[in-house]
Design a protein around this ligand. Structure first.
Ligand SMILES: *Cc1c(COP(=O)(O)O)cnc(C)c1O
Length: 401
């Protein structure tokens, strides 16, 4: 009996009906631009910002065109400019070093651990070096959260400013604190494969009035910043409005309209993702040759994807597992390939950002396999995915050993 999975790893759920209805209304009235409002009307974008700030418990929120744009805006707002070095995770997605490069900054990669989080010993060493960078763009890649209490101790002691990339941690918590509430600013993505889906989109939060005033003007507010319901008071804008460029990257009312109902049920969605994650995790437990990612008790994760390690396997064997799994309908992505393909690429393929070799990261990247768990998969689907991977990994491990 060879089971074969027939689900589609890139098929997300439909937009909720109330989101579709709100979007249709926007299309019918035609006021898509966030500052194009009728008398007495509040735009969906302004309401989305207000609701997101309330959800995250932040003072301010800004909706923008993409997650990568949100990160770049945060970097600009804190004053990162040409030639400035910015610490970031060596295991992350291309838009993260890309955002640093977009402001002329230079990524300085920090090693990753087998838990897929930033290596705090390497970070401590890097912030203690002479001429250490003064900014950390911390990426909670694929939803894995490092010990945030320890990280903040290290960065506070060194005077390093932290921006959080929460593309995969919207709704997650460390030790009771929502992901994105440790750094001075945090960026989220609402691109199709993240925790809310507007095709493209991003959100930025902060409690700092000066940073948020700059971010709002940077995003292209055309001096209409008083229409931001989740923005700082007018004085904050008065201080910066003549010296802050407009680098347009606004969100529009159509996307905001479809996001609002999704955010309203974020908790429920997070529960549904985690239920799927745990079924795959149980299915893979004690598979010979396969290492599960250890999740600390204080990490309340939200996992819309699944990762595991084939540590110290020969490349040919990893590729064989991928091929055999793909033949049975299970698409695994690998971060160890020398060539960047699809969504996966490695720090050494971002050649605009020269980096010394990071041996610990190289070992982990060669081992990481990754799969999406869209909510269109049932728990039974997830159990089958677990069985197929378990079968292919153990078969290969036994024949290779
Ligand atoms: C998706 C993602 C982003 C931002 O993505 P956009 O496509 O620009 O919205 C940033 N960081 C990580 C880790 C991501 O996965």
């Amino acid at each position: 009996m060879t089971e074969r999975f027939t689900g589609n790893f890139t098929q997300q759920e439909p937009i909720p009906e109330d989101g579709i209805a709100a979007a249709m209304e926007v299309l019918r009235h035609g006021r898509l631009h966030r500052y194009n409002v009728a008398e007495g009307e509040t735009s969906h974008t302004a309401l989305l910002e207000q609701e997101f700030a309330a959800l995250m418990g932040s003072k301010y929120a800004l909706a923008v065109a993409s997650g990568g744009y949100a990160i770049a805006t945060a970097l600009r707002a804190i004053g990162v400019g040409p030639g400035d070095r910015v610490l970031t995770n060596a295991f992350t997605l291309a838009p993260v070093p890309g955002a640093i490069a977009s402001v002329g900054g230079v990524p300085v990669f920090v090693e990753v651990t087998e838990a897929l989080t930033i290596d705090l010993d390497d970070l401590a060493a890097k912030v203690a070096a002479p001429d250490a960078p003064k900014v950390l763009l911390l990426s909670h890649m694929r939803g894995h959260i490092c010990d945030m209490d320890w990280l903040m101790e290290i960065t506070n002691a060194a005077g390093v400013t932290v921006i959080e990339d929460c593309a995969h941690t919207m709704g997650a918590r460390w030790n009771g604190t929502l992901s994105g509430r440790h750094g001075v600013m945090a960026a989220y993505s609402t691109q199709t494969y993240k925790h809310a889906n507007s095709g493209e989109g991003g959100l930025l939060i902060s409690d700092d009035p000066d940073l948020m005033a700059r971010a709002i003007v940077l995003s292209g507010s055309y001096m209409l910043y008083e229409r931001h319901l989740a923005g700082p008071p007018p004085e904050a804008f008065e201080r910066i409005k003549y010296v802050t460029p407009n680098i347009s990257g606004r969100m529009d009312n159509l996307r905001a309209a479809i996001l609002r109902p999704q955010l309203a049920k974020l908790d429920e969605q997070c529960g549904a993702w985690n239920a799927r994650y745990r079924v795959v995790e149980e299915g893979l437990r004690n598979t010979p040759g396969l290492t599960l990612i250890n999740r600390p008790e204080v990490e309340a994760y939200v996992m819309s994807s699944f990762q595991f390690l084939l540590l110290d396997w020969a490349e040919a064997d990893v590729q064989q597992v991928m091929k055999k799994s793909a033949d049975r309908g299970v698409e695994l992505k690998w971060f160890g390939g020398a060539e960047p393909t699809g969504f996966t690429s490695r720090y050494d393929s971002w050649r605009y950002a020269q980096s010394p070799k990071l041996p610990q990261t190289d070992r982990v990247l060669k081992a990481v396999l990754d799969l999406r768990l869209p909510l269109t998969f049932s728990l039974e689907d997830c159990a089958m995915i677990g069985r197929i991977i378990r079968d292919e990994v153990s078969t290969r491990f036994q024949s290779g050993a």
